[in-house]
Design a protein around this ligand. Structure first.
Ligand code: ADP
Ligand code: MG
Length: 385
């Protein structure tokens, strides 16, 4: 992106992916101190570099999600935070103290970091209470009982303390795993693909629950996922990773509406790109000319240049073209998603864009169509490569 410092548009939640914020939930204070800082961290395994120059600050009380495709370095980043791996280069600080750099390495058990494993890793022979109490080694019996009761209540398992893991559902096991890692009051909680072991329906329910629990506990947390919808819906901020690097960090609306790169735009939801020529007066595309303010943060230096404009499926509308020579393009593919269709339209200049329609509005593959831009917000764009 030409200018990465877009001002997030507070009104731009047209995609319906914005997380619901409950009334009693305090937004994390962006001025608050970072609990955990990664500074130019690189991790190589032999000749393979898993993570390259990652710099990221985790703020007090926030839930930050590392989001990216399989193999992009998410788990490695989490393991570096936990102290399960040592960086090849760079520095990690926890609560303003170095925990990993050239000369220092603090072991995982000394870091005050809690981990929720993908498979929950509960002790099968211990009860729920005993599982949760496992990390409370410094407390006497009375304190332990009190803390366990508090946690059972927090995770919604009061009355189930005596059950063993095999007597609990997947969602309940996840609640126990969360309670167990919260018990010793870690400075930061790390969750690797926390919903991957749950069936699809439970996943949506549990992500709201996990967010509620983390917020009620007031813990700072880093979670990892390859699922963009999950990341956008549970996180205070999202760090999008690609090929071992962080491409963009921001709140969910900002990364979705103002992606800094084509990769981020394409990874977060469906993306099409419309070629456009920028002039002083207008933005000219194959589907029409628009006012320059259509493009977010457009600078004068781009007058005369070609750019690619990001259009999401709900930014466009199709109508049947009365005649072939009046059409903007033709439908090359039709994707049925249940309540809606996504049509892929090849435009006269060869660009392919996608367009979302209600299932009742039916077009045929091969049909000639008009394409109208109906976005009610300005659009992200990238200089043509
Ligand atoms: P993700 O969690 O995003 O799927 P990982 O952090 O697990 O990605 O892996 C990032 C890259 O580092 C991958 O190419 C993976 O093969 C490599 N990698 C991870 N762990 C090791 C290891 N212990 N030894 C060698 N290569 C590794
Ligand atoms: Mg992983």
């Amino acid at each position: 992106m030409a200018d990465s410092e877009y001002t997030p548009d507070v009104n731009s939640d047209a995609q319906g992916l914005t997380r619901a914020t409950t009334a009693d939930e305090q937004p994390p204070d962006t001025e608050r101190d970072a609990v955990l800082c990664l500074d130019d961290v690189t991790k190589a395994y032999g000749t393979e570099t898993a993570v390259t120059d990652v710099s990221i600050d985790i703020r007090d009380g926030e839930l930050l999600t590392l989001l990216g495709p399989s193999g992009c370095g998410k788990t490695t980043t989490l393991r570096l935070m936990a102290g399960l791996e040592r960086p090849t280069e760079g520095r990690i600080e926890l609560a303003d103290e170095p925990v990993a750099d050239e000369t220092t390495f603090v072991e995982p058990e000394e870091r005050g970091v809690g981990i929720v494993f993908q498979d929950f890793a509960l002790f099968p022979h211990l009860s729920t209470r005993e599982n949760i109490a496992f990390g409370l080694t410094d407390a006497d019996q009375e304190e332990t009982d009190e803390r366990v009761d508090e946690l059972l209540d927090l995770v919604g398992l009061s009355g189930m303390g005596e059950r063993r893991p095999d007597q609990l559902s997947g969602g309940q096991q996840q609640r126990v795993a969360l309670a167990r890692s919260l018990a010793p009051e870690p400075d930061i909680l790390l969750l690797d693909e926390p919903f991957s072991n749950l069936d699809v329906r439970l996943r949506v329910e549990m992500r709201e629950e996990v967010r509620r629990i983390l917020k009620e506990a007031g813990v700072t947390a880093v979670s990892v996922t390859h699922d963009q919808e999950e990341a956008l819906s549970i996180s205070d901020r999202v760090a999008v990773m690609n090929d071992g690097q962080v491409e963009q960090v921001g709140d969910p609306e900002a990364v979705f509406e103002h992606p800094k790169s084509r990769f981020v735009a394409s990874f977060l939801g469906q993306a099409g790109f419309l070629s456009a020529r920028v002039s002083q007066e207008s933005i000219d595309t194959t589907i029409g000319s628009f006012q320059p303010d259509l493009l977010k943060g457009l600078a004068d230096e781009y007058v005369g240049a070609m750019v690619d404009v990001l259009v999401r499926p709900d930014d466009l509308r199709l109508t049947p073209a009365p005649a072939e020579n009046e059409a903007d393009g033709r439908i090359v593919q039709r994707q049925y998603t249940g309540p809606s269709f996504v049509y892929h339209v090849e435009l006269a200049n060869g660009d392919v864009v996608r367009c979302l329609h209600n299932h009742a509005e039916n077009f045929d593959v091969g049909q000639a169509v008009h394409v109208d831009l109906v976005a009610d917000h300005s659009l992200a764009w990238y200089p043509t490569e």
